[in-house]
Design a protein around this ligand. Sequence first.
Ligand code: 1CP
Length: 349
Amino acid sequence: MTQQPSPTKSFLRALAGESLPTPPCWLMRQAGRYLPEYREIRSKAKGFLDLCYTPDWATEVTLQPLRRYGFDAAILFSDILVVPDALGQPVRFQEGEGPALTPVRDDRQIAALTLDGFQDRLRPVFETVSRLKTAIPTETALIGFSGAPWTVATYMVEGGGSKEFLAAKALAYGQPASFQRLIDLLVEATGDYLVTQIDHGAEAIQIFDSWAGALPEDAFDRWVIEPTRRLVEKIKTERPGIPVIGFPRGAGALYKRFVEGTGVDAVSLDTSVPLDWAVAELQPRVTLQGNLDPVLLVTGGEALDRGVDRILAACRQGPFIFNLGHGILQTTPPDNVARLVDRVRRVRG
Ligand code: 1CP
């Protein structure tokens, strides 16, 4: 094993297990429609994926929130659905309606997906990572990301967003061998995708499993924990020293099994996770990240201050990164984000 140098960026120090007097801070979906400068660039792009696949634009929108707020980490601007798009299942984003894909629901449709040309189609995303590596401030860390296989599979099987996941669960429960082939393909594609992001300059990885909370515990083990464990193992083996943050949103008490079973370095807590529990059960093993209710960031004022203070008081004795419990909402006033960052930075030893 080669010895990894100790990190100097505060975000990476927290991921390495240090408890810092002022926790590092970034916010999920920190780039996006709540910022007028984002909406301006977005209006130039034909579709949302054109924005993701145009390095000039994707680099610019990644940098926008850093200029305003000086976050401790930048997250590559892209989307979890570029993976199915690059596997040959084209993704369209209709205005105001979310993503749309032609569903894959049987062996023949799954077999038509292909890794041929996969990395080539994602070249613009890797180019964005390379540019960001030199464009971000030296004290800011660069996060690469992907969706977790389960969450990405739900979009592929449903053909878009879903509330009940009837089609995805029907395949997972009723034809597990077919669903396993889809998950295996996603593990392979996503693993290559993340390693290549690291090779272009990503210093940490976050794996978004937004719909992890939809599964009962045996299915959670098989479709959430096991694929994520394989991704973490690949990163740890092939690119040692790169920390991985898992986000099994809605997992509840299964957060504990997720931490023990996947080997992640950190977990992002959704808004509903009780912090005393997380500090007692999870923080001894991993860095915590989270978990302000994004609606408090829309609300602002003293409710926001109290929400921030509650989280800091609960979590900052151990390794911790301040974040939201889910992505920033479109209606968030940009001034409230400045207020949040000031509040987090006010606390000292
Ligand atoms: O301008 C627009 O209208 C597009 C809105 C938008 C944005 C800003 C989408 C469409 N994706 C993104 C960027 C994005 N998505 C990032 C960029 C980095 C950042 O955080 O600033 C990231 C990390 C994601 C991840 C993502 N995409 C997730 C996981 C996290 C989460 O929010 O749960 C999911 C589920 C998606 C799918 C997706 N992308 C976009 C939409 C509308 C959706 C569907 C969401 C749903 O089904 O509810």
